[in-house]
Design a protein around this ligand. Sequence first.
Ligand SMILES: [Zn+2]
Length: 311
Amino acid sequence: MFVFRRVVLWFGCACASLLSSSALHAQTVAFTFDDGPRLAETPLLTPLQRNQALLATLARQHVSAALFVTAGNGANTPEGYALAKAWGDAGHAIGNHTMTHPDLHSDKISLAQYQQEVSDCDQIIRTLPGYQKWFRYTYLREGNTPEKRDGMRSYLKQLGYRNAYVSLDTSDWRFDEKLQQVLKANPQADITPIKTAYLAHLRQRALAYRELSQQLQGRDIPQIMLMHHNLVNALWLDEAITQFRQMGWSITTPAKAFADTVYQLQPDRPAPGQSLLLSMARSLGLGKFPGWERLVDDGDEEMHLLKAQGL
Ligand SMILES: [Zn+2]
């Protein structure tokens, strides 16, 4: 605890007034979906049905979310563009998540190539309703060298873009992979255990990142959660939102969450990435705090439990 006390002083010095007021407010979370819209085929639902299922759930639950578009997954075609436009038309925010989802930590991707990916995606999404100059790094990786990291930071600034940080990182994609694998092998399979594991995973990550926020910031920050435009959420987003409400959390909009001062921070370790909270912890040399393994394990524990159930 001594270590975290120092951290609170380090990051939380300007937050004395917030400390007293945060206790009065429920923990909030904003929903953001990456890599969409996707035209790839999956079991059970067509791309249009997946898109409609996500949007119908968000509307029914009165949640205003953000879609981070990877244009090469579909929005660069008339069919996929229409799916992205449906998000903007429904009042959701549209952000940039590159053209082809390259990894800035790869030696094969130069700073100039990555910048081009951002610019090309911007050309497509800027015509959509809900367009925001919000950039979500692919794999949440800000570059494997200081040159890439600083080059991207100044490039985004020059374009008027913000880094659309994630604080509450989930591995929903892992459950999506499992779900598709199981259904492809047997379309009649009982997928209820995967839903249960997915919801347990979201709950575990939410509680762990809330605790990390309290340790690093001395308060509950509005959490910005990363999910994906995928089958798992097309099927079970409704239960996920309900679970957050049952935990006493309230849903905020991405714009309101990004307005919090914590999302102005720029961690200074050589290659920041992943959740902003994890990145902050590592900037402070807190690589291995209690519970860190469960934040980077890609849902391994839940996967082991599913395997034990024959899935
Ligand atoms: Zn992505």
